[in-house]
Design a protein around this ligand. Sequence first.
Ligand SMILES: NC(=O)c1ccc[n+]([C@@H]2O[C@H](COP(=O)([O-])OP(=O)(O)OC[C@H]3O[C@@H](n4cnc5c(N)ncnc54)[C@H](OP(=O)(O)O)[C@@H]3O)[C@@H](O)[C@H]2O)c1
Length: 289
Amino acid sequence: MELVAGATGSLGGRIVRELLGRGGRVRALARDRGSAASLEAAGAEVVLGNLKDPPSLRLACRGADIVISTASATRRTDDTPENVDAQGTINLVDAAREAGVRRFVYVSTLGATQDSPVPAFRAKAAAEAHLKQSGMDYVIVQPDAFMDVWFGMLIEGPIAAGHPVTLVGESRGRHSFIAEADLAKLVVAASLNAEVRNVTIALGGPEGITFRDAVTAYEDALGMPVDVRSVPPGSTIPGLPEMVSGIAAAFESYDSLVPMREVGATLGVPLTTARAFASRRVAEGLGRA
Ligand SMILES: NC(=O)c1ccc[n+]([C@@H]2O[C@H](COP(=O)([O-])OP(=O)(O)OC[C@H]3O[C@@H](n4cnc5c(N)ncnc54)[C@H](OP(=O)(O)O)[C@@H]3O)[C@@H](O)[C@H]2O)c1
């Protein structure tokens, strides 16, 4: 049985459904039952717990073979990377080990290092280090930026609102943006493959592209040009929190190109291009209800 922490989040929910689709018995960790109602309806067993509450984690881990964690405070306002991504994950690792869990799969991030200037990246690096010396089999996954999140915020939101898309600088940073649906499949494939053990795997999409390239994919899907403006690094992108503008600016200061041919083939997951992603999102109405 697999326990998924972060199940009520975007990636964690996809992982739960992917596991259920493979006929697995899945337990979803949730902070409140309401947020996990759709997962329960889909067939998951819901267990209440909080990464800041070790006794709740010991109960949640009881009987689990594999723990998968995507839990994070980065898109929540009630906690911090230090008490969730770092100490909370450490609590979960300890609870899993005490409960006799065989294997722990941790979704970290590309760029997680103990000396990163980004607090969430430092926090994830601390969790990685603790997991590696836990004695359990581990798989650490370090994904590049999610298309769903970044194309959603920077491109789809403004298009849907009838506003120009604002990019930082000249949009030269190239990244292996990955679709969350592909990442969920990759995480599940790695979790269930006993030969994948005690490794850290960088994961990305099939191509290294800039945000400007991504806008072009949306223009092609829409069949019309998109109004694009540029702001200098350090400026706030209209409609987005300062922190998001800061990360978008940081994306322009480096390239992150993840070689995926071998990993994609080993795990048997075809990868979605930005063009295919944009076509699907436009066909779906760009997230409009
Ligand atoms: N966005 C990107 O481009 C990107 C790139 C690389 C890596 N990542 C990482 O990928 C992971 C998954 O991302 P995501 O978008 O799926 O995250 P998300 O939607 O923000 O979900 C976060 C999950 O963590 C749970 N959580 C937060 N605090 C908790 C606590 N104290 N106890 C128990 N659960 C708690 C949340 O539960 P509630 O629903 O109760 O709040 C939710 O289920 C994250 O670690 C993220 O940092 C993201």
